[in-house]
Design a protein around this ligand. Structure first.
Ligand code: 2U9
Length: 351
């Protein structure tokens, strides 16, 4: 039975289908994206197979069967190819995981360590939480009232000179806080006694940066207000802290001093943890190192925050966290804390 010659149109179409079949054969998909491109471009509703089917109406009716069968065969081949590529990709990805020796060290992204200042801050918090202090925090940008006036530093008080800082605005003053006492003023304003609160945080002073001074450092201040709080309570509390932080044989010494917000006031010394009090260059051979100051809250300060000094008394203290850290880890240069030298910071790993 004489084959009826195929029309030119069908010849060309079958030629085209042949080429598409070869392309499909050679197709690869190394990534999900490539596989998706194959799906959309070939077997998808807008793919070449669908496009070929849409050409059926242009084929001579008597040739549509042949054309249909050929495109169907291509469709099945393309679907098969897609499934093949999909399985291969899944295996590849599975294989990738399986073959990943998860015990092998990955690209060594070095484990960091808690910054020594943070470490000491947390340690001090824990020590005081054990005796009922809660931790209070507050704004670093403060107004004049909370940073100075409420603390018995009336405007033009000479003590303000010792606490020069960075002013955001003048009259009324908005400045970077010079101590965390401002946080405690906010506690006194918002809480009725009795309360015991510890206020650690960053503070600012207009200081020239050196091995011994910096314009940004960290303080922790404590405040206890209740009925009949005594200087003895203050001494016992600081003695407890010194032994917890520096060791059970640590001694404390209180030297009379002056702060606008406490009366009486004292500097707080601890026996040198380096030489045990025998004398060394850390304690300048005195056997004592100063770690902060303290005192009984000045009645004006209580009154300024609405607490009746006839009914309540309070003690307060303040310590520099950098100082505590330098004593504890025998660090002799304040700048090391902010220079991010990994040789320095790495020493605190796992401590
Ligand atoms: C209120 C009342 C009183 C907090 C105190 C000190 C003494 C003190 C220094 C230690 C080292 C600052 O970082 S440092 O330079 N601080 O000596 N601070 S009494 O007195 C207060 C606080 C809040 C309401």
């Amino acid at each position: 039975m004489e084959e009826t010659p195929l029309s030119i149109y069908l010849e060309i179409m079958l030629e085209q289908i042949k080429k598409i079949e070869e392309q499909i054969e050679k197709a690869t998909a190394q990534t999900k994206e490539e596989l998706e491109a194959f799906r959309v471009g070939v077997v998808g509703r807008k793919g070449i197979i669908a496009d070929l089917f849409s050409k059926m109406k242009e084929v001579a009716p008597e040739e549509r069967k042949t054309f249909g069968q050929t495109v169907n065969a291509l469709k099945n081949a393309a679907q098969e190819k897609f499934d093949e590529l999909q399985t291969a990709l899944e295996d590849l990805q599975a294989d990738d995981i399986n073959h990943h020796d998860l015990t092998l060290p990955n690209i060594p992204n070095e484990m960091g360590a808690v910054h020594p200042i943070t470490k000491v801050r947390e340690e001090i918090n824990r020590i005081f939480e054990r005796i009922g202090f809660n931790i209070s925090e507050g704004p670093e940008v403060e107004d004049d009232w909370h940073n100075f006036s409420a603390l018995n530093f009336p405007p033009n008080h000479p003590a303000r000179e010792m606490q020069d800082t960075f002013f955001i605005e003048k009259d009324p003053d908005i400045a970077l806080r010079t101590h965390t006492s401002s946080v405690q003023v906010r506690v006194m304003e918002n809480q009725k006694p009795p309360f015991r609160t510890l206020s650690p945080g960053r503070v600012y002073r207009n200081e020239t940066i050196s091995a011994r001074a910096h314009c940004i450092f960290h303080q922790v201040e404590g405040l206890y207000v209740d009925k009949n709080v005594s200087f003895k309570d203050l001494k016992d509390t600081l003695y407890y802290f010194a032994k917890e932080f520096f060791g059970p044989n640590t001694k404390i010494r209180l030297r009379p001093s002056y702060f606008p917000f406490t009366e009486p006031s004292a500097e707080l010394d601890v026996s040198c943890s380096v030489c045990g009090g025998k004398g060394c260059n850390i304690c300048k051979y005195s056997g004592w190192v100063e770690i902060g100051g303290c005192g009984m809250v000045d009645p004006n300060v209580l009154k300024a925050s609405g607490i009746d000094p006839e009914e309540y008394t309070g003690f307060a203290f303040g310590m520099g966290i950098e100082r505590m850290t330098m004593l504890k880890y025998k660090i002799n240069d304040l700048r090391l804390f902010t220079e991010n030298d990994l040789r320095f910071l790495g020493q605190f790993k796992g401590l």
